[in-house]
Design a binder for this molecule. Structure first.
Ligand SMILES: Nc1ncnc2c1ncn2[C@@H]1O[C@H](COP(=O)(O)OP(=O)(O)O)[C@@H](O)[C@H]1O
Ligand SMILES: [Mg+2]
Length: 357
């Protein structure tokens, strides 16, 4: 996952490259072209973190006052949780980064033995004070919801014992997978999905820095498809950029394989107006020609149904049917049959609309 970064990569270009102790590092070619944009444009300081102003300001203040509590940051992916903690660490330790932080994420073994040994060893050794700055160490447990329950229980005691010179920062997507005992030992912050304006602003920053040619419609498509996940936005953006020079709406959709809004409109038109067999044939044809996934179509059509006018009891049934189709598709049921089911649901909805009229 892109959220993982080893300490080697962190402190920027001014440092000579250090030998890599077996952890994977992002390979940077001389012109920097190979760097994934998610790493290249990772916020370096707290001020760079877009959105979540209140959270970031609070953490910033606590850091300044040397009163950093144990932290639990949670929320959907790509909202800046890891970046925020790394920025805090950079602010606290500067060049001493490597000595003062122990970072473990889901790809490291974090069973109960690691909690008992590695984390305790790190937490229990005294740290030197650098330049009068705080000497608390930081243990960063990324993707903490993937830790076993046993390890979490063991961690509970460790957190308490070493509070004097160590702070723990837990990061996770699903806060309910972290045991309550750990939650109550930390200050919780929820990172909501970024709103469209922040994603747009951040993308504009990248456009400027890279000197790219991006159509307004392309930018809007990136923002729409990202759904508030900045990592997703940057990844789609970079792969579209690699595929085509001009980043237009069409290029973005082509790159992700998502159905274009105008295709969805066309499909909905067929579903609402054509006979069963014509609808089925046309949708099947456009699906094969454009290589669309039926599950994407079902999701988008559902959004479309929310927007158009129809009697509410018809809408209720229709949406329920679509939800069933989506559920079945997620188990890998036959696409052609499910497409039949989609057209059938609309046929039924139309007859009940006629009956109601
Ligand atoms: N709030 C944000 N402001 C600016 N960039 C962000 C923000 N959130 C995410 N990003 C971008 O997305 C990438 C992934 O962010 P990360 O902090 O690892 O997300 P998380 O840990 O919440 O999944 C970062 O490298 C950065 O480029
Ligand atoms: Mg992360």
């Amino acid at each position: 996952m892109a959220g993982m970064i080893s300490p080697m990569e962190i402190d920027g270009a001014d440092q000579p490259p250090k030998p890599n102790k077996g952890k994977s590092a992002v390979i940077v070619s001389s012109d920097g072209k190979a760097t994934p944009w998610v790493e290249k444009y990772r916020p370096q300081s707290l001020a760079d973190v877009a959105a979540h102003r209140d959270i970031v300001d609070t953490i910033d203040r606590l850091t300044n006052e040397n009163r950093l509590p144990h932290l639990l940051l949670y929320g959907p992916p790509g909202t800046g949780k890891t970046s925020t903690i790394l920025a805090v660490a950079r602010k606290l330790y500067g060049a001493q980064f490597h000595n003062m932080i122990l970072e473990l994420n889901a790809s490291d073994d974090r069973g109960i033995n690691v909690v008992r040994q590695q984390i305790q060893d790190f937490a229990s050794t005294q740290s030197f004070s650098f330049g009068g700055k705080s000497s608390v160490k930081l243990v960063l447990l990324d993707e903490a919801d993937a830790m076993t329950k046993d390890a979490q229980f063991a961690l509970r005691r460790v957190i308490e014992r070493y509070t004097k010179n160590t702070r723990f920062a837990l990061i996770c997507n699903h806060v309910n997978k972290v045991i309550p005992a750990l939650q109550s030992r930390c200050t919780r912050f929820r990172f909501a999905p970024l709103d469209a304006s922040h994603v747009r602003e951040r993308l504009k920053h990248v456009i400027e820095a890279e000197g790219l040619d991006v159509a307004e419609s392309g930018l809007a498509a990136l923002v729409r498809l990202s759904n508030g996940d900045m990592r997703k936005a940057l990844n789609i953006f970079q792969s579209t950029h690699m595929a085509s020079q001009h980043i237009t709406e069409e290029a973005v959709y082509l790159c992700t394989g998502n159905p274009m809004p105008k295709d969805i409109e066309q499909i909905c038109y067929w579903l609402l107006n054509e006979s069963f067999s014509t609808s089925f044939k046309r949708i099947f044809e456009i699906n094969t020609r454009k290589g669309l996934a039926l599950v994407d179509i079902v999701r988008e059509v559902t959004m479309f149904i929310f927007r158009i006018k129809m009697p509410s009891d018809v809408r209720v049934h229709l949406i329920n049917d679509l939800a069933d189709i989506e559920y079945r598709l997620s188990f890998g049921c036959n696409d052609k049959l499910q497409l039949g089911s989609l057209v059938a649901s609309f046929t039924r909805a139309r007859s009940s609309m006629v009956a109601a009229a």
